[in-house]
Write a protein that binds this ligand. Structure first.
Ligand SMILES: Cc1ncc(COP(=O)(O)O)c(C=O)c1O
Length: 333
């Protein structure tokens, strides 16, 4: 296995399997978005102005508080390299690239590992931490922390970074801190819009921090396709589409969670709010026999704080979820 911090769902999703390991919305981006991307003039150098304006207006920020990045992944690298914290804390279990980026920048990381059911405990974060990174809603737990509690982590001399790559899984985004002037929020278009290959994301935060991060980027850091995606996905119509998708997602997620919880030796982390569930099975390493039955789930044991009893499963359409529950039931028998 590769470095556990660098293991992602795409490595679990082997060809030929039903992919419940990767968290991107199933299939392709919507047709209207593909049409917009097809019309992009690829011969010209990218111009960010319209995309910055669109993202700023979608989140009620000023353009100098927006940094467009080649996906959220670039944001984590910039944060690690530029901010060079003295005491970086990563709240786990969570997406591992932020910690990987800090390691690569030579920064020592202190982990705060939340036990199940993964409720945020702000007292567990050391008082002298000058950078605190967490996800909301969190990958892989699907837990949504109240924004008011996350905000309590803020204090002078500390920057709180919230990875909101899955924020638009929550209708209306009530706990998002995207409009909060003091927090650094990282967003991604990858998940909701099925755009993993385009590499579109952005950072929202205090203008001085955004400016420092910007200076570390190369010229033309974000492709014209990603810029067009930022414009297209920031309109009111696109936000409304994402909201209605999130509402449907909620129904499918609740059904899948109920079916999984009914299986012996299986329990789902309560109150999931993202496009996936974190599941605990008494049978360790269950991803291997599931693979033999044609399903790829995301192994849990590469996430700090979890072990081989945990796996993450994406919520897809009803028929796919039902087939997965049957396969799991047969595996457990
Ligand atoms: C929580 C979280 N944040 C960020 C990312 C990376 O997003 P992007 O594709 O925008 O780099 C992922 C991808 O799996 C993720 O799960």
């Amino acid at each position: 296995m590769t470095d556990p911090l660098r293991h992602h769902g795409d490595l679990d999703a082997l060809p030929g399997l039903v992919d419940l390991a990767v968290n991107v919305r199933a299939g392709a981006p919507p047709d209207w978005l593909v049409e917009r991307l097809r019309a992009v003039d690829l011969a010209r150098y990218p111009d960010q102005a319209a995309a910055v304006k669109a993202v700023a207006s979608r989140h009620g920020r000023s353009p100098d508080e927006v940094l467009l990045t080649a996906g959220a992944a670039e944001a984590f690298v910039l944060i690690a390299r530029v901010l060079a914290p003295a005491r970086a804390v990563v709240v786990h279990p969570q997406f591992t690239e932020p910690e990987g980026a800090l390691h690569d920048a030579g920064i020592e990381v202190q982990r705060v590992t939340l036990p199940a059911p993964f409720t945020l405990d702000i007292e567990a974060v050391p008082a002298d931490a000058d950078l605190v990174l967490l996800g909301n809603p969190t990958n892989p737990t699907s837990v949504l922390h109240p924004g008011s509690v996350v905000r309590k982590l803020c204090r002078p001399g500390r920057l709180v970074v919230v990875d909101e790559a899955f924020a638009d899984c929550v209708p209306g985004e009530p706990e998002s801190l995207a409009a909060d002037p003091d927090v650094l929020v990282v967003r991604s278009l990858t998940k909701t819009w099925g755009l993993a290959g385009v590499r579109a994301g952005y950072v929202l935060g205090p203008a001085d921090v955004v400016d420092r991060l910007r200076r570390a980027q190369p010229h033309w850091p974000v492709s014209s396709l990603a810029l067009e995606a930022c414009v297209a996905c920031s309109t009111q119509a696109a936000v409304a589409e994402a909201t209605s998708w999130a509402e449907q997602l909620g129904t499918g997620r609740a059904e899948l969670a109920t079916q999984l919880d009914a299986l012996p030796g299986v329990s789902v982390v309560a109150d999931p709010r993202a496009s996936f569930l974190l599941v605990r099975a008494e049978l360790a390493g269950i991803w291997d026999p599931l693979r033999a039955r044609g399903f790829a789930v995301r192994r849990g044991d590469t996430f700090p704080g979890l072990d081989a009893h945990w796996f993450r499963v994406a919520v897809r359409d009803r028929a796919t979820s039902a087939a997965f529950v049957r396969a799991l039931e047969e595996t457990l028998r």
